[in-house]
Ligand binder design. Structure first.
Ligand code: SF4
Ligand code: SF4
Ligand code: SF4
Length: 293
């Protein structure tokens, strides 16, 4: 039987929730698997030896994250990064835009709901200076992007792997799965979803709404755009997209040059790099310039 272990680093547990959301399919998968370790799905403290497949949720933020992911890498034949935090740094990677001390101050001291705040340190692991994807310190065999990945994507990767074949992700973009009509119209301005009422049938980007569909990998069935909201890019860069945020910025500049919004760099980064800032070319260049590569 395949020995499966799952761990959660700095994470919200959403990716494990997505695993359990596979429901009957998970029961099928578990018939050919021995779950030997999981913080969330079973009561387990230590990672055993001889793991066949290791699943990692969460990115690197603390010294403890580093220790645990290195230990699983040593013990597992195959390591899968599940979810954007593990694959790209995810939403927590946006903290890298700010100085670490400022982030702690904003979270624990200047927070409007906090009275006499302080930064907790007792019995806590050391915080890393940057939040990064796990590939920064260990070899990753497969990535399953998404925040969280949809259960159909997880099911496809796991069942393919367990049948001895090599899993692969879609080579298409979210636009290829999207039913909205594209006419080639150029919007007058780029705006955010709360700034108007979009036509329910037309392409959101052509209406000026910042939709990341063209630069985002398919696999979710264009879930958000079908539900009436823009894609914010959670399946990570599309196959031929070398940097998701820069590709989107490039497209936006060509699309609505005249009235591109004057957004603060932090706001724009949060929109075009919501999940991939920590692994973006832009951030890698910034780290290199500061001698932290
Ligand atoms: S990828 Fe999203 S759902 Fe998964 S741990 Fe990170 S924030 Fe949570
Ligand atoms: S840009 Fe968005 S709304 Fe337009 S086709 Fe692509 S996914 Fe659909
Ligand atoms: S539409 Fe975009 S944001 Fe929504 S689930 Fe798909 S990839 Fe993620």
């Amino acid at each position: 039987m395949v020995r499966l272990a799952t761990i959660a680093l700095m994470a919200c547990a959403g990716c494990h929730v997505s695993l359990t959301a596979m429901s009957a399919k998970l029961v099928e998968v578990l018939k050919s698997v021995e779950l030997v370790h999981s913080y969330i799905l079973m009561d387990a403290k230590h990672i055993p030896d001889n793991v066949d497949v290791g699943i990692v949720e969460g990115g690197l933020k603390t010294s403890h994250d580093e220790e645990v992911v290195k230990e699983l890498r040593e013990k597992a034949k195959i390591l899968i990064a599940v979810g954007d935090c593990a694959c790209f740094g995810g939403v927590p990677g946006l903290v890298n835009i700010y100085r670490l001390d400022d982030s702690f101050k904003a979270a624990y001291i200047d927070n409007p709901t906090t009275v006499e705040g302080f930064r907790p340190t007792k019995d806590l692991p050391e915080t890393r200076p940057q939040a990064l994807p796990i590939s920064e310190i260990v070899k990753v065999d497969y990535m399953v992007p998404g925040c969280p990945p949809r259960e159909t994507t997880l099911e496809s990767v796991l069942t393919t792997l367990l049948s001895g074949r090599t899993p692969s992700l879609s080579s298409q973009s979210v636009c290829d799965e999207c039913p909205r009509k594209k006419t080639g119209e150029k919007p007058e301005a780029i705006r955010r979803l709360h700034e108007g009422t979009p036509d329910p049938d037309k392409c959101l980007l052509e209406q000026g709404y910042l939709c990341m569909g063209p630069v985002t990998r398919a696999g979710c069935g264009a879930a958000c755009v079908r539900a009436g909201v823009t894609c914010d890019g959670c399946y990570g860069p599309a196959e031929q997209t070398w940097d998701q945020g820069l590709a989107m910025l490039d497209g936006l500049l060509g699309l609505a040059k005249e009235r591109f919004p004057r957004l603060k760099i932090e706001t724009l980064s949060g929109m075009i790099y919501r999940y991939t800032f920590a692994s973006s070319i832009l951030y890698k260049m910034a780290r290199k310039a500061k001698g932290k590569a």
